[in-house]
Design a protein around this ligand. Structure first.
Ligand code: GLA
Length: 724
């Protein structure tokens, strides 16, 4: 197809009249819409290209507006400049454009029948990845502001079925967060909502992603729909089921308190909704999304991420130059590639950042703790042969700081009300361009003061409370939610323009910004502050549904959270769990026992030699879910050419006697023979019987392997190589 906008559409018979059909298609999937000029646009079908039914029926409007019979919770609701509450949308035009050989864009422009208001619904199909994104842009030329009460990114309708929802939410256990825990439930008539109303931590308590399936979603079988919102702000996912079990989904920015005053000719743009469909279970959805993330979203998505040591759990706020240099030296000796100095390096005098109560906003190095300065540390790291990274939290300010005194008007606050503190800090008002400038300038100043920095961890440790802005006019206070997220993106974009190759990790008290909107400006994310190996098995399992291992920071630590014995888990167990994500360390190396250090160093060596490449660029197959709670979990990564694979298997904390794990593998070439080798075997255990054996891919996938790792916290890592 030639590039540029072309007319499109096939004709289909709908009742008596002939209607136009629009196809949005990837290699295996298709969305079919009924789209006839001057009529409402509707969903006809979303699914596999192979299974398009011979007769198609209207499932629901592409974007239901509040007007007409108004029988459903509308995807779009505005109050027009003259106070009229209703909107009636019809199709004005459809355009299609090939962005390149792999991506095709389709824009359906709807207009109100009466008012000068346009709603452009944009679909972008990523053919190889089998992913389709959808977003909505609203503009108008009415004589004054309109108020947008609701505008979803995507609102597909599904035919009658036994619909099940899989959602990913933070589950607190032992007072520790467990982001992206997996929840499965059968939807019943009525409306269910999953939402984030905390703005800055868009993904902490609930992740903006979900799966829909008929019956519980399976890994390798059955139809599954997936959707994620690319939005670092407030959002909602609504599931309205009719009594006939038809399902209406509405996904987009949260409507609560967010009535947006929109002046004429200014586009109001929804976040992108990322849509994926699989006829072969949710595993395929994950692999497709991982490809999409690597190829199109993440910064440096095709470049391996470094193996690093982060200082936080090792020393928290209690360090000086000597201690940090020792850590850097140890990290280099262990074979690590990067050292990241976390919180605590800035603020001076009474505002020194010696705890979470002071210093945020005063981004000058603490001269007492670090007389050599940040560049001094970066130079030292370089001399040891490793890179240097630094933690920042530039959207925040402690009341105890120079910045808070200088710019009280920059703080998010609601008129004269108290400004609640979260972790002793206030939030800066990024709706204000001066604050955006400050954030960009702060970043730039830090980089200029220490050009040796090659990695940044950007944190955001509080949410919005008592919303309000000194900058926004009084009739636009509710614009805060949208303008904050756009302000954040604008700051991110300016920084990225200047520092395209800098590695940046997104963090918000752990996995609080694991969303596709933030990821577009980052190389990776901090998955959770919970680094306990047992908890991470569940957290990383959930996270892997939508986000790729190469971005999912997983650090070997000494955390014993969730271990009734209250001692760190076996070193090999911790190592295996960390190696299955973006591998790193979170501890004080000098606290490692000689045995732990030996295990860690062997892991680092193997990660560099082959594990990193397979985990970061291979295809993920989740093989045995920890959520089955039968005492085991297992997953694997298979290289794209299917010549190599890694299998991770864990024995979890169940107290009864278990049979060995019978594990069927997946994703291999059935016709090739693979040599199985156990690597990084736990100390004190003999290699597993399967180590050294050769089997065909077919046998490994059909009959599987028997893994006698029955002992509590035993684990194994198998390396498979196709034989010539
Ligand atoms: C948050 C992050 C941690 C660490 C601390 C520092 O909690 O998630 O990893 O950076 O802040 O204060």
């Amino acid at each position: 197809m030639k590039a540029g906008m072309i007319a499109l559409g096939a004709l289909l018979a709908v009742g008596q009249v002939w209607a136009e059909q629009v196809r949005i298609e990837t290699e295996d999937t298709v969305i079919l819409l009924e789209a006839t000029k001057d009529r409402d646009v509707g969903w006809l079908y979303w699914g596999s290209k192979e299974n398009v039914p011979s007769s198609l029926g209207w499932q629901g409007p592409l974007l239901s507006a509040f007007g007409g019979w108004a029988e459903r919770d509308p995807a779009l609701r505005v109050t027009h400049a003259d106070g009229v509450l209703t909107t009636e949308l019809v199709l004005e035009k459809t355009e299609r454009m090939a962005l390149d050989a792999n991506r095709e864009r389709t824009v359906l422009t709807l207009r109100d029948k009466l008012y000068p208001m346009q709603v452009a619904v944009t679909f972008t199909a990523y053919k190889k990845e089998n992913v389709i994104t959808q977003s909505v842009t609203l503009t108008h030329q009415e004589p004054g502001d309109i108020t947008v009460h609701a505008m979803a990114s995507s609102a597909p309708s599904f035919p009658e079925g036994d619909w099940w929802l899989t959602s990913f939410q933070n589950r607190f256990l032992d007072r520790w967060p467990n982001e992206m825990h997996l929840f499965e439930e059968r939807l019943m008539p009525g409306t269910k909502r999953i939402a984030n109303y905390r703005s800055t931590r868009s993904a902490y308590f609930e992740n903006p992603s979900m799966l829909l399936s008929k019956g519980p979603a399976e890994e390798a079988n059955g139809e599954v729909y997936g959707m994620a919102l690319a939005w670092t702000g407030n959002w909602q996912l609504d599931f309205a089921m009719r009594t006939g079990r038809e399902l209406e989904v509405k996904a987009g920015m949260a409507e609560l308190g967010a009535d947006y005053r929109l002046p004429p000719n200014k586009p109001y743009v929804s976040p992108e909704a990322i849509l994926a469909y699989s006829a072969e279970g949710k595993g395929r959805i994950s692999r497709n999304l991982h490809d999409y993330a690597r190829n199109y979203v993440l910064v440096g998505g095709l470049k391996p991420n470094p193996i690093l040591l982060n200082s936080w759990e090792g020393v928290y706020f209690t360090f000086d130059e000597k201690k940090i240099k020792e850590m850097i030296k140890d990290a280099a000796e262990m074979g690590l590639e990067l050292f990241v100095l976390d919180d605590g390096w800035f603020g001076n005098g009474e505002n020194a950042r010696d705890g979470a109560n002071a210093g945020l906003g005063d981004w000058q190095v603490n001269a007492k703790k670090l007389p050599c300065g940040i560049q001094g540390l970066a130079d030292y790291a370089k001399a040891q042969g490793i890179r240097f990274g630094l933690w920042i939290e530039p959207e925040m300010v402690n009341p105890k700081s120079e910045l808070a005194k200088k710019h009280p008007d920059w703080v998010v606050k609601s008129g004269a009300r108290d400004i609640p503190q979260g972790r002793n800090q206030w939030l800066l008002d990024l709706t204000n361009p001066a604050v955006q400038d400050f954030v960009v300038q702060t970043f730039d100043d830090i980089m200029k003061s220490a050009p040796g920095i090659s990695y940044i961890k950007w944190d955001a440790n509080r949410t919005v409370a008592n919303v309000g802005s000194t900058y926004l006019p009084k009739d636009r206070q509710a614009n805060f939610w949208y303008d904050y997220a756009r302000g954040l993106y604008s700051a991110y974009a300016r920084i990225r323009e200047k520092y395209p190759d800098l590695e940046i990790q997104v963090c918000a008290s752990g996995g609080g910004r694991v969303d596709y909107g933030a990821l577009a400006y980052h190389n990776e994310f901090w998955t959770s502050d919970n680094t306990s190996a047992i908890r991470r098995i569940y957290i990383q399992w959930g996270t892997s549904h939508f986000y790729p291992a190469k971005a999912m920071a997983a650090h070997f630590s000494r955390s014993a959270v969730g271990n009734p014995l209250n001692v760190p888990f076996p070193a090999s167990f911790r190592l295996h769990v960390a190696l299955s994500g973006r591998f790193g360390f979170e501890l004080q190396p000098s606290h490692l026992t000689p045995q732990e250090r030996k295990v860690a160093e062997a892991g680092i060596k193997a990660a560099k030699e082959y594990i990193r490449d397979i985990v970061q660029f291979g295809d993920l197959y989740r093989l045995h879910s920890p959520y089955l709670r039968d005492g085991y979990a297992a997953l694997s990564y298979v290289t794209k050419d299917k010549t190599q694979a890694l299998v991770f298997a864990y024995s979890l904390d169940t107290a009864y006697d278990k049979e060995p794990l019978a594990l069927r593998l997946a994703g291999l070439d059935p016709n090739r023979s693979y040599k199985v080798e156990e690597v990084l075997t736990p100390d004190g255990r003999k290699p597993l019987p399967c180590s050294g054996q050769s089997h065909t891919g077919k046998a490994l996938m059909r009959d599987g392997l028997t893994l006698p790792i029955t002992k509590l916290y035993d684990s194994c890592l198998l390396r498979l190589r196709a034989e010539p």
